[in-house]
Design a protein around this ligand. Structure first.
Ligand SMILES: N[C@@H](CCC(=O)N[C@@H](CS)C(=O)NCC(=O)O)C(=O)O
Length: 214
């Protein structure tokens, strides 16, 4: 199985996570951000993640998660969901992307290995959130908001192994969000959130960006 991704992409982290949680081997292919041909050949448009399995192409991160979790008779995402986790992620998103996108664009990630690839990402994302410089200038406010917001997440985490005690889709979504946030330097992670993100990184095999955070 081959999983085509961008390293920064939270949707791709969701797809990557299930392989790690189930210890199923796969080949990770990181596409250049201006490579339209590779994804278009598989699914007719530029989008990641894409799973190639037995000559079939599956787009949509949560379809990939469901496909891999159902592949063997030891499904892992069997726990209950808590609507407050989805709400927490929704509320985090408005601050997450303005913080993360300019930092991803300046990072050494593989999808930005050429100036053209980096320029494509910058052009496409600035069209959505506005100038990266303007967003970076507001970092302090966004970080203050998220620091406070993370305090409320801390109270919702039941175990470092699973936000609701038993692994569920909430963990896939929440870890993807926290991994995206890891590119931002200066975030204060409360105790339970800190333990959770480290444990999930180890279990999923998806590295946090703490070392390259900016
Ligand atoms: N609903 C899709 C969303 C995937 C998505 O938005 N991926 C982004 C990367 S984070 C993408 O490929 N956007 C097009 C682009 O970057 O050109 C999923 O869950 O897989």
């Amino acid at each position: 199985m081959k999983l085509y991704v961008y390293d920064h992409c939270p949707f791709c982290v969701k797809a990557r996570s299930i392989f790690g949680l189930k210890r199923i081997p796969f080949e990770l292919v990181i596409m250049l951000n201006d490579d339209e041909a590779t994804p278009s050949r598989m699914i007719g448009k530029k989008m990641a993640p894409i799973l190639e399995h037995d000559g079939r192409f599956i787009p949509e991160s949560m379809d990939i998660v469901a496909h891999i979790d159902a592949m063997t008779n030891d499904a892992v995402l069997v726990g209950p969901r808590n609507p407050r986790i989805a709400q927490w992620i929704d509320d985090a998103t408005s601050a997450l992307y303005p913080l993360a996108m300019p930092r991803w664009a300046a990072s050494g990630m593989t999808e930005f290995a050429t100036p053209q690839a980096r320029a494509t990402f910058t052009r496409n994302k600035e069209a959505i959130i506005g100038s990266f410089a303007d967003n970076l200038a507001k970092s302090g406010d966004y970080i203050a908001y998220l620091d406070k917001h993370l305090q409320s997440l801390d109270k919702l985490i039941q175990s470092p192994d699973a936000v609701n005690g038993v692994l569920s889709e909430d963990d896939i979504h929440l870890f993807a969000c926290l991994r995206a946030l890891s590119i931002v330097r200066g975030i204060t992670y409360p105790t339970a959130v800190s333990a959770y993100r480290m444990r999930m990184a180890a279990r999923t095999g998806v590295d946090l960006h703490d070392e390259s955070a900016a």
